[in-house]
Design a protein around this ligand. Structure first.
Ligand code: GDP
Ligand code: IMO
Ligand code: MG
Length: 435
């Protein structure tokens, strides 16, 4: 199996965690390259549920190595909490977890700044996870960030943290100092000490392992429409969640990536604010939310739900160059009389050629719909393509035709086993068989 990259093709929460777990069997190393603990990836193994935020899902398989790349922002306190939760479940990270010395730290003042900034935006708030992600990336690019490698010298780390906190306080005023309890700094330094043994030069390590023949699975967080450049800016996260992010976020050549697979839900969801052309604010929307248990894995917020937006998916396929797609949550559409697919955007009576740059314009577009019959038979837990209702197969074929991209695998429930292979898939195959 060649090095494989998994990317969210919509607004996140497509079911990446489930498929990283399924694919992990075929790889030696699982890596994360962007985002932080804003992500929430749910994995169900033998009926037991695990939710991972920062550590790659490969950690659940004892023999796999897990890497956090330089493109990630790391909150040491959140990381240590995640490590402890895993230890409570007898999963050790020792000798298996490697964190880039070039990744940036999320500091207590990042969370404080974000609370103040989001509050100040009023009804223009982005609806972030309030975990300090945006401010940490902003400092990285403003060249006043502190990198993970700095935890190796605590005296110096303390001096730098104090310096930048003073600078922030100068900008934000006394209010900033008041909202950071001293205990937050104490926990930060303690956690920084704990993560020290995991810190290393990741690009070099990956290179050495690659030369030795190890195989890599790259796990994206968030999704294409949350990408800082290609998403619905400013209602996005602060990193490159698209395929390109893997290269800069790990320190590897584009040649390193052999295959790219996009995860897409059979419908669309988004958490937080921002335009959502196919959103359903009616009984069908509530039906999707209930059937799909659409509540955020990180913040517990209800996810907004709507029909599948294929016009946006076409854009996502272009940006990422998917070799294949995996469609999740097909079962959530079971029992509907008809299903709708957005195949274009219209603005003031004119068809748009592409996804608009402006979130304001995106908020005004009207979807062009393709209606299709729903299916009364069940797809839930169905494990073979031949057993899918004809209308569900038509739905899949329509999407493949429109996107000119194969749907390699289909997911019909949260469990590992509730997955089936598309017999006509050519690019992404063989993953349901154990190596
Ligand atoms: P991620 O962030 O992309 O890893 O996705 P999340 O874990 O945040 O959200 C996906 C949710 O859908 C999780 O609760 C999964 O257990 C669940 N899930 C994944 N695939 C399926 C599926 O095919 N059907 C159903 N009903 N649930 C699924
Ligand atoms: P996974 O990896 C869905 C959303 C937030 C908010 C915006 C910016 O589980 O798919 P941030 O805290 O990142 O600055 O918030 O991005 N968001 C996600 N939505 N899934 C995620 O991750 C997300 N991570 C961030 O809700 O709208
Ligand atoms: Mg998620």
């Amino acid at each position: 199996m060649e090095n494989l990259l998994i990317v969210g093709s919509q607004w996140g929460d497509e079911g990446k965690g489930k498929f990283v777990d399924i694919f992990t069997d075929h790889y030696d190393v699982v890596v994360r390259y962007q985002g932080g603990h804003n992500a929430g990836h749910t994995i169900i193994i033998n009926g037991e549920k695990y939710v991972l935020h920062l550590i790659p899902s490969g950690i659940l398989r004892p023999e796999k190595a897990c890497v956090i790349g330089n493109g990630v922002v790391v909150d040491p306190v959140a990381l240590v909490e995640e490590i402890d939760l895993l230890r409570e479940r007898n999963i050790s990270v020792d000798g298996r977890l490697f964190i880039s010395d070039r990744a940036h730290l999320i500091l207590p003042y990042h969370r404080a700044v974000e609370r103040m900034d989001e509050g100040g935006r009023g009804h223009h708030a982005i609806g972030t996870t309030l975990r300090g992600i945006g401010p940490a990336y902003a400092d990285k690019y403003f060249r006043c960030g502190i990198r993970v490698g700095e935890v190796c010298d605590e005296d110096n780390l303390r001096i730098r943290c104090q310096h930048f906190q003073d600078q922030k306080a100068w900008f934000w005023g006394d209010a900033l100092q008041q909202v950071i309890p001293t205990e937050e700094w104490a926990s930060f330094y303690e956690a920084s000490r704990i993560i020290k043994p995991f810190v290393t030069d990741i690009s070099m390590l990956i290179h050495q392992w690659h030369t030795a023949g190890k195989r890599f699975l790259m796990e994206g967080a968030q999704g294409t429409m949350l990408d800082i450049d290609h998403g619905t800016y400013p209602f996005v996260t602060s990193s490159n969640a698209t395929a390109g992010g893997a290269v800069s976020g790990l320190g590897v050549s584009p040649h390193f990536i052999d295959r790219i697979v996009g995860i897409m839900k059979a419908y669309t969801t988004r958490v937080g604010s921002g335009p959502f052309p196919t959103e359903l604010q009616d009984a069908t929307g509530r039906h999707l939310q209930e059937q799909g248990a659409e509540f955020g894995a990180s913040t517990g917020r209800p996810r907004r739900c709507g029909w599948l937006d294929l016009f946006q998916m076409k854009y996502s396929c272009r940006i990422n160059g998917f070799h294949g797609l995996i469609m999740t949550k097909l079962d959530v559409l079971d029992g509907l009389d008809s299903v709708r697919i957005c195949v274009g955007y219209q603005l003031d009576g004119r068809r748009l050629e592409g996804v608009p740059q402006s979130a304001e314009v995106m908020g005004r577009v009207e979807p062009v719909w393709q209606d299709m019959p729903g299916w009364q038979g069940r797809t839930r837990e169905v494990r073979s393509f031949a057993e899918l209702p004809t209308e569900a197969v038509d739905y899949i074929r329509f999407i493949e035709d429109f996107l000119q991209t194969e749907i390699s695998l289909i997911s019909t429930g949260p469990d590992r086993g509730a997955t089936l292979e598309n017999p006509s898939a050519r690019n992404i195959t063989g993953f349901l068989r154990r190596p």
